[in-house]
Design a protein around this ligand. Structure first.
Ligand code: LLP
Length: 426
């Protein structure tokens, strides 16, 4: 693809003859064929994002375990499975998804504060690589389940390093007040207890400090704290075969400038080498940075409506499709699919859901009228995966683009799909 018309920060999205394309495919044609709202993903963007991690880890023993909570659609998982990724999962449902997409179970790690016994059994039976356990109580339950099943569970304990990731409070996870991980000062005792249990094999240590992190410093801080603990734990005779630094690397939503994955890892590896840990197996769990800017959501303008204080641009995508603005006041760029001349008007772009929180963008200058299409950018992560049926809206369709080819990887959800599991009752 030529560089002409590329959107800044979105190298696989470009305007050609006024029309927005994802790789070689015009979004207007996809909207005509599949309707709106429609998620469209660039396969090449995902592979390039993964490539930055792979470059960063060249010559090292490292696993990139894609955190599928960011986008768990099977067609997306297949891209990463075929590229040799492991997966970070947080539920039995996510386990079923990665297995359906062809994952190697040995490279699946299971995170989350609330694993049920049945999820533990399911994961043991599948032969997953590691449970990232998050509490003393979970350690004891997992030990009991592993003994019942006659399959030892490999574990890593998630440490809460008490580091401020400088991101939105809802997506900070490594501070003392968060529900995640075990406290730093309890860690050695917890490891000793875990190592004494016959159903468990202690194999690693992990941390994850938050999401949409745009600076290297919180990672560097967390790394030093985790390595301090590794030294203290190994003094007791326990060997940690891998070090897992979680995910969290941010993307460019609105001129954000997170470090590139390879640049970040150059810095982190220098510290790991300096402290003598550079040859350990390393695991990372990136989600957003592997898919976020691969995706756009195409939506049709239903009405424009002048208001007393604000003008509204009412589109057919809503908070059930794109929950991030309502949940985190998140910013997503919104651009017309076909650019044209005309006076721009400042609108709040909102969906049809009956809540004032149902907005997608505020105060956006757009030249647009009913029937035209808009593209909501940076919609590859935490959009479809967090979509709901609120207002009995069917979930959108999804298309994966590779070069000139467009593959429908999820058909639009029908009302029959939604009603199937319900009963009128007696
Ligand atoms: N590992 C663990 C244990 C996690 O909890 C998460 C994300 C990740 C990895 C992946 O983090 P990422 O690389 O995607 O930042 N819905 C929110 C983000 C929630 C993140 C939850 N945990 C949003 O839309 O901003």
């Amino acid at each position: 693809m030529s560089t002409a018309g590329r959107l800044p920060g979105h190298p696989h999205i470009a305007r050609k003859n006024a029309t927005l394309h994802v790789e070689g495919v015009p979004l207007s044609a996809l909207a005509r064929e599949h309707g709106t709202p429609l998620f469209v993903y660039s396969k090449q963007w995902m592979l390039d994002a993964l490539g930055a991690y792979q470059r960063g880890f060249e010559g090292r023993d490292a696993w990139v375990c894609y955190a599928i909570k960011a986008n768990s659609s099977l067609g997306v998982l297949r891209v990463f499975a075929e590229a040799g990724c492991g997966f970070d999962i947080v539920s039995g449902g996510e386990l079923a998804r990665v297995l359906a997409a062809g994952a190697d179970p040995a490279k699946v790690i299971f995170s989350g504060v609330g694993k049920t016994k049945s999820e533990m059994r399911q994961a043991l039976a599948a032969g997953i690589g590691c449970f990232n356990v998050e509490s003393e109580a979970e350690i004891d339950v997992l030990n009991a389940v592993a003994l019942e099943e006659g399959r030892p569970a490999s574990i890593s304990v998630r440490i809460n390093p008490n580091v401020d990731p400088k991101t939105h409070p809802y997506i900070s996870t490594g501070l003392k007040g968060n529900k995640f991980g075990v406290a730093h000062d309890r860690a050695v005792a917890i490891y000793q207890h875990a190592a004494s249990l016959p159903g468990l094999r202690v194999v690693g240590i992990d941390c994850h400090i938050g999401s949409q992190i745009t600076e290297a410093s919180p990672y560097l801080e967390a790394l030093e704290r985790v390595l301090d603990l590794v030294e203290a734990i190994e003094k007791t005779g326990i060997v940690l075969h891998h070090l897992d630094f979680g995910g969290g690397l941010g993307i460019d939503y609105n001129g954000d400038t997170p470090p590139a994955a390879d640049a970040l890892w150059r810095q982190l590896l220098a510290r790991l080498d300096a402290r003598g840990f550079g040859r350990r197996r390393l695991i990372v769990e990136p989600g957003r940075s592997l898919v976020g800017n691969a995706g756009v959501c195409v939506t049709e303008v239903l009405y424009t409506k002048p208001g007393a204080e604000k003008n509204f641009c009412i589109v057919d995508a809503a908070m059930n499709d794109l929950p991030r603005p309502a949940m985190y006041q998140a910013f997503h760029r919104i651009v017309p699919v076909v650019e044209r001349q005309g006076e721009a008007v400042t609108y709040d772009v909102v969906g049809p859901v009956c809540e004032s929180g149902d907005w997608i963008g505020r105060d956006r200058a757009l030249t647009v009228e009913a029937g035209e299409l808009l593209a909501v950018l940076s919609a590859g992560a935490y959009s479809m995966a967090m979509a709901s049926n609120y207002n009995t809206r069917g979930r959108a369709a999804e298309v994966l683009v590779s070069g000139e080819r467009a593959n429908l990887i999820r058909r639009r959800e029908t009302i029959e799909d939604q009603l199937r599991s319900e009963r009128l009752g007696d």
